[in-house]
Design a protein around this ligand. Structure first.
Ligand SMILES: *Cc1c(COP(=O)(O)O)cnc(C)c1O
Length: 443
């Protein structure tokens, strides 16, 4: 890693920014993640170093008029997002407001809306912008539950999806269909690590959108869980809404579930109303944990995990029993130049990420033998789903996280059933490699 000076987004003093907000806006991203805003209207806790946890479902409203005003203002555009009349936890509450403020800083967005899980965030985002008769065009390789949401559930409400290779110019012709309202993909896909060519995609979408009215415009929604905001900030490339499963790298410790949608304020009202009525809210205790432990340590965890990923990818690439390795940090990665362009930390360093997928030479039996050996004998690697945590995890997507995709559709989704997915933790790379090496020797 280079020791470049941290990038600083120098913000000119505006009347609307307090001294504390101004300091946060001018600090480098790494420091902003540790300190956030030093004061906030979301909650008065100026004598605490760490914000307290609230455990409370309903709020004193004081008068009928104030209560009525709170309901009237909920989600309205002209109300201070951080200083709403608090009514009931399913609408807004302090710990999630604090986390949302911090997520918006992290992602460089006007607004952030949290949900109870990544899937809560994905369904909330899609349902807040789509109606019956409109279509989704989505990348063919998606997280298993996202695939089943699009292919099984949304069609029941008249919202159909077409799955394409989002990097194929020819496939993208489908976006010209005026019923297409949403383009959906994962910036780095789970589990095939396909990197979306965001600049090329967005230049076409902009061209199409110039010919459409606001209500027919294509809204581009991406799931950036794999790259994390430390590795890629899609809003800078013109994406409309960015989704994260907070359960993964942002939460980071495997203790909390959560999801979030970031973007401009014009989407916020719809997101909050969808969250209120579908009910996928984040628990204040989870919001607190993600805010206090997750975000401040994201950069440092990510960098140690990525260091391990680079070492493990190089080990796998040279191993005679390995058939293929997918990792954006390897020169053999199909889109290495695009990876260098898109995957960057806010400090300007290359950020190929913390995830590797690979296949072992031979049939499914050998894959099973390898993974079972790891599950039974490894110290540093655990057979478990989820990813982006401090502990290294291994799984076989075709049989686990992506089991919702029918076996006969796996190939069309770009998933080899023998694909093994590794999520690197913060251990010492030598120990992870020793565990993998032992499993290879046992084959
Ligand atoms: C895990 C995951 C999700 C779902 O998040 P949950 O918090 O488990 O609901 C969505 N997208 C991707 C890419 C994921 O890896």
């Amino acid at each position: 890693m280079t020791t470049k000076k941290p990038s600083r987004r120098v913000v000119k003093k505006k009347k609307t920014l307090s001294a504390a907000s101004l300091a946060a806006a001018n600090a480098g991203a790494r420091s902003t993640m540790v300190h956030g805003q030093t004061s906030t209207k979301a909650w008065e806790f100026s004598r605490h170093l760490i914000p307290p946890i609230t455990s409370n479902t309903t709020f004193r409203l004081g008068s009928l008029d104030r209560g009525a005003q709170g309901f009237m203002q909920f989600g309205a555009d002209d109300v201070d997002r951080l200083d709403p009349i608090l009514i009931y936890d399913r609408l807004d509450e302090p710990n999630t407001l604090l986390l949302e403020e911090q997520l918006a800083l992290l992602e460089g967005s006007e607004a952030a809306t949290t949900f109870g899980s990544g899937m809560g965030a994905i369904s909330g985002a899609l349902l807040s912008v789509l109606k019956s008769g409109q279509r989704i065009v989505a990348h063919r390789n998606l997280y298993g539950c996202s695939y089943s949401l699009l292919s099984e559930w949304l069609p029941r409400f008249g919202i159909e999806s077409t799955f394409i290779d989002v990097n194929s110019r020819e496939h993208r012709q489908l976006l010209n269909d005026t019923n297409v309202r949403v383009l959906y993909f994962e910036c780095v896909s789970n589990p095939s690590l396909d990197l979306a060519d965001i600049p090329a995609i967005m230049s076409e979408v902009r061209k199409i959108n110039r010919t459409r009215s606001e209500s027919d415009r294509i809204i581009v929604i991406v799931d950036n869980t794999f790259a994390t905001p430390w590795g890629l900030r899609p809003l800078e490339w013109g994406i409309d809404l960015v989704i994260h499963s907070l359960t993964k790298n942002i939460g980071g410790f495997g203790t909390e579930m959560g999801g979030a949608v970031m973007g401009s304020r014009r989407f916020e009202r719809g997101l909050k109303l969808a969250r209120k009525d579908f009910g996928a809210i984040l628990s204040p205790k989870s919001a607190w944990g993600i805010n206090v432990y997750g975000i401040p340590t994201l950069a440092m965890r990510f960098e140690q995990q990525q260091k391990n990923a680079i070492a493990v990818a190089r080990f796998l690439e040279k191993h005679p029993k390995v058939e293929s390795v997918l990792y954006p940090g390897l020169k053999s990665y199909g889109k290495f130049n695009l990876a260098k362009k898109l995957l960057k930390t806010p400090e300007g360093n290359f950020a190929p990420g913390t995830m590797i997928s690979f296949t072992i030479k031979g049939d499914m039996g050998r894959c099973r033998k390898f993974v079972d050996h790891v599950a039974k004998n490894s110290y540093s690697i655990t057979l478990a789903v989820s990813l982006g945590l401090t502990k290294t995890l291994i799984e076989v997507p075709g049989y686990m996280t992506h089991a919702a995709i029918p076996k006969d559709k796996l190939a069309a989704s770009g998933i080899d059933p023998r694909l093994v997915r590794l999520s690197l933790g913060v251990e010492n790379a030598d120990d992870i490699i020793a565990d993998l090496d032992a499993a290879f020797r046992a084959l």
